[in-house]
Ligand binder design. Structure first.
Ligand code: SF4
Length: 374
């Protein structure tokens, strides 16, 4: 797995004195730094060379930004057209150093640099204020919406602050979602059982073909074991599942590899989702990753505007994996990500009617895990 090192760091004046800015700059003493009033990528001269892939090249700029909006919000995947899981997202980083061929960020972000919201203290305070007013709700909050939660963490050191902060919130649970192996720096932290580290996983053949620069499958599973041994709850997302020629064997083996690596009783949940994308992504991928095989096959538009495999294929993929999980570890809650109720039928052991129902199964599993540890 590669190590990230920026070519330059651009710092918004408003965060130049923030502790996180100082910490990140200290990690890269030899990298050039520039303090600006307001960084605008489209006016940036270093973006002028047409021979450089702007998405790959852009990631070499690290922008430390003062984020003025709401970092803490309801998961943007929420829609009344599909069954969701009542999740909240906390945006701390935009963009990702990894290069998954199917990554939605390629079509979604309006600038290719990696942006860190450096006013971290203020952002975490938003979380405290929002969650304090609903003391009886157990909030699940993830930071992996616009980046990989841990890809940059050994050099940026953001999650040590975040994990410590969440450990003290009584009704909030943090999820760090990753395709990296970077957990060593988190193992000794006082996480208080309030953080779940989750891995997005695929069969090794898909990792090699489509998930460039990420940790290999065995590295992710080894890291999951380490996190579990350190007392973190762990979770897995088989998402996006790819319908490739050996998918049946590949996903069956993947489920077995997960349970060989981590004791099932330490797993908080497993989610399943198949590849989905907005149509503007396809031309970007064709240009950037001509050898990708992820988009082969027939896709149909869903009511939410996203392209998906045919329903019958999605059902086969889900059923195959769900049956294996149900046989080996039936106590682990599983759920489908961004699918309609009709897809749950005949594939999953239960058929929720609402996001609240999915959420209550997940939170009751968490409460049980927490109880087992107290
Ligand atoms: S790890 Fe996630 S955010 Fe990063 S490139 Fe892959 S899909 Fe995109």
């Amino acid at each position: 797995m590669f190590q990230y090192r920026p070519e330059r760091i651009i710092i918004d004046k408003a965060v130049s004195a923030e502790p996180l800015t100082e910490q990140i700059c200290a990690s890269f003493p030899e990298v050039s730094k520039e303090i600006v009033d307001n960084f605008a990528w489209h006016q940036d001269e270093s973006n002028a060379d047409p021979l450089r892939n702007p998405l790959t090249h852009g990631k070499k700029t690290l922008h430390l930004k003062y984020f003025r909006g709401a970092s803490f919000k309801v998961c943007p995947g929420f829609s009344d057209k599909v069954i969701c899981c009542n999740y909240f997202t906390l945006d701390l980083i935009e963009n990702c150093p990894f290069e998954c061929t199917y990554c939605i960020l390629q079509a979604f972000l309006n600038k290719p640099v990696i942006t860190v919201h450096a006013n971290l203290k203020e952002i975490l305070e938003q979380v405290r204020q929002r969650t304090t007013v609903q003391p009886n709700t157990l909030f699940r909050v993830g930071t992996g919406e616009h980046s990989d939660s841990l890809a940059l963490d050994p050099v940026l050191g953001i999650n040590a602050h975040v994990i410590r902060f969440f450990a003290k919130l009584p009704n909030v649970l943090l999820e760090l979602k990753t395709k990296s192996k970077h957990v060593d720096h988190l193992l000794d932290l006082p996480h208080g059982g309030k953080s779940v580290i989750s891995w997005s996983v695929n069969p090794e053949a898909v990792v090699v073909q489509e998930e460039h620069k990420t940790a290999r499958l065995n590295e992710r599973l080894k890291a999951a074991r380490k996190a579990s041994d350190a007392g973190y709850k762990v979770a897995f997302h088989l998402d996006p599942m790819i319908h490739y020629p050996e998918w049946e064997k590949g996903y069956q083996e993947l489920v077995e590899q997960i349970f060989d690596s981590v004791p099932p009783e330490r797993i908080a949940w497993i989610s399943l989702g198949t590849l989905r994308y907005i149509s503007s992504l396809k031309s970007v991928v064709d240009k950037r990753f001509p050898n990708s095989r992820a988009f082969l096959g027939e896709f149909v538009p869903g009511e939410d505007g996203k392209m998906r495999y045919l329903k019958i294929i999605r059902q086969r993929l889900f059923r195959n994996v769900q049956q294996r999980i149900g046989k080996l570890a039936p106590q682990i809650p599983t759920y489908l990500c961004m699918e309609k109720s009709s897809l749950w039928k005949n594939t999953m052991p239960h058929q929720p009617q609402s996001a609240t129902e999915v959420e209550s199964r997940l939170t009751s599993s968490l409460r049980q895990l927490i109880l087992m540890e107290t």
